[in-house]
Design a protein around this ligand. Structure first.
Ligand SMILES: Cc1cc2nc3c(=O)[nH]c(=O)nc-3n(C[C@H](O)[C@H](O)[C@H](O)COP(=O)(O)OP(=O)(O)OC[C@H]3O[C@@H](n4cnc5c(N)ncnc54)[C@H](O)[C@@H]3O)c2cc1C
Length: 448
């Protein structure tokens, strides 16, 4: 495991002190850790959007016997602590490189998949009656330097020509008119795809739906080891032994490579950080010039993402930081507050009520992977959404269930997400790669 994933970040018994935890509806499920000996068709490790979506579909469409084990409560990982942006963008590979590597048609299919994934979130909320404060409105990318406007204009043309996606270029005046104003931005590009949600309510809703359909979910059941006997897998937790025909590793940025050896050297967990202000008054929002509920992010490589929450608070997030220990939290919080003050001077005067962090997950190919990890097609994963998994994990978790059930045509996955995970070269140096990338992109974001 790279040292950036400090053990402090894996205290599964600690509640995440997030705004989502403070404002979520109760789980209202009587869940118990797994004890004794048990067996099932499919054992799923991780009760985030991926694992729960897989469980739901395996039960609903195929009636398989499914058990979901989580080291903590459902939604404890990134699924319960993200920004709640259900949108496109689960890759760090540029579209040009994607076309060169996978071809134009598969790249177009990948884009359609990401679009459909957003619909999947809407559909899940509707179908399972999940109250996740889903708010429509799309998202806007904001130019943090004047020269980024030319890039946004080129992106608009590319998106129209390649994917048929119509986007709207906004100058600084248009930003002001739409209540998206900050002296920091020079214009933006609006995309109609995307909706915001309360991420923990969504995760809890999926957990309730899965349990309602007969998938057994076991919190505080950390898988500590596993082995294969004949054709069966045996997963061991502190108090239980679970035998299964198939195993799904749905642990994303919280994957322990010492236990899940198929993933060894293949993942790059990275921190994402969020602060949330106290509720802002209407006057404060008007003074800042930011009154829109649209989801927004800036054009930095180390991007910031932000939105007004339904109760008037401002959520402000950003990637970065390589010290996941408890000691690394305060400096990161101070950095986030200083950045908020610079970008949104009025909001930056408000008290910060919440700060938390969590892991996103990158792959060497800079795209997600969905599929088998072994040649027998009995160990599976869906992983590496590059910090953009609200929609994609909901979609890919479901697709994974179709693969497990032997129905790849129903999974309908583009080639972009089905090439096996490649190892990072000199993988023990991953923390250094990350630090180097942050330095390089940080400088590029500010000076080029
Ligand atoms: C701060 C932050 C902000 C983000 N913002 C956004 C956003 O706005 N929009 C967006 O699309 N994406 C965002 N993301 C990314 C998104 O949240 C993730 O891509 C998505 O939640 C991944 O879901 P998952 O189910 O694959 O993994 P997770 O939700 O991380 O779940 C993994 C689970 O595995 C469990 N686990 C780990 N090891 C074991 C074990 N040995 N045994 C049993 N269980 C285990 C963990 O307890 C955890 O619950 C953000 C992420 C973070 C951290």
């Amino acid at each position: 495991m790279p040292s950036t994933t400090h053990p402090d970040a894996f205290h599964f018994d600690r509640t995440v002190e997030s705004y989502w935890e403070a404002s979520a509806d109760p789980l209202n499920l009587d869940l118990a850790p797994l004890t004794g000996d048990a067996r099932c068709d499919v054992a799923i490790i991780g009760a985030g959007y991926t694992g729960l979506s897989t469980a739901l579909t395996l039960r609903e469409d195929y009636g398989l016997d499914v058990r979901v084990l989580d080291a903590a409560m459902p939604g404890w990982g990134a699924s319960g602590r993200n920004g709640g942006f259900a949108c496109i963008g689960s890759h760090k590979l540029g579209y040009g490189s994607m076309i060169a590597r996978y071809g134009r048609d598969e790249t177009i299919r990948f884009f359609s998949t990401m679009r459909e994934a957003v619909d999947r979130v809407r559909d899940n909320c509707r179908r399972y009656g999940i109250e996740a404060s889903l708010t429509e409105g799309g998202e806007v990318s904001l130019a943090h330097r004047p020269n980024r406007m030319a890039e946004l204009a080129a992106e608009k043309s590319f998106m129209q020509a390649t994917f048929g996606e119509t986007m709207e270029l906004l100058d600084a005046n248009a930003l002001r008119e739409r209540g998206l104003w900050s002296p920091h931005f020079h214009g933006g590009l609006a995309c109609a795809v995307g909706a915001s949600i309360h991420p923990l309510n969504y995760a809890r809703g999926l957990a309730r739906a899965a349990q309602g359909l007969g998938a057994h979910t076991h919190p505080f059941s950390r898988v500590r080891s596993w082995s294969k006997h004949a054709k069966k897998y045996v997963l061991t937790t502190e108090n239980a032994r679970l035998e299964a025909d198939h195993v799904v590793i749905a642990t994303n940025g919280y994957t322990s490579e010492s236990i899940f050896h198929h993933h060894r050297d293949r993942l790059m967990p990275a921190l994402s950080n969020i602060i949330v202000t106290r509720p802002l008054t209407e006057d404060e929002r008007a003074e800042q010039g930011w009154t829109s509920r649209v989801m927004a992010y800036d054009t930095r490589n180390l991007l910031h993402y932000f939105r007004l929450l339904p109760d008037g608070r401002f959520l402000f997030g950003g990637r970065g930081g390589t010290d996941a220990s408890d000691g690394g939290a305060e400096p990161m919080k101070a950095h986030m507050i200083a950045t908020l003050k610079r970008m949104f001077p009025v909001f930056g005067r408000a008290e910060i009520d919440y700060f938390w962090r969590g892991f996103v997950c990158l792959s060497r190919d800079l795209v997600p992977y969905v599929g088998a990890l072994d040649d027998h097609r009995s160990v599976w994963t869906s992983i590496a959404y590059h910090g953009n998994g609200v929609a994609m994990a909901s979609y890919c978790g479901r697709a994974l269930a179709h693969l497990i059930a032997g129905k790849p045509e129903r999974a309908n996955l583009p080639a972009v997400v089905t090439r096996r995970l490649a190892p990072f070269p000199a993988a023990s140096l991953r923390p250094l790669y990350l630090k180097g990338a942050y330095l390089w992109f940080g400088a590029k974001d500010e000076w080029l």
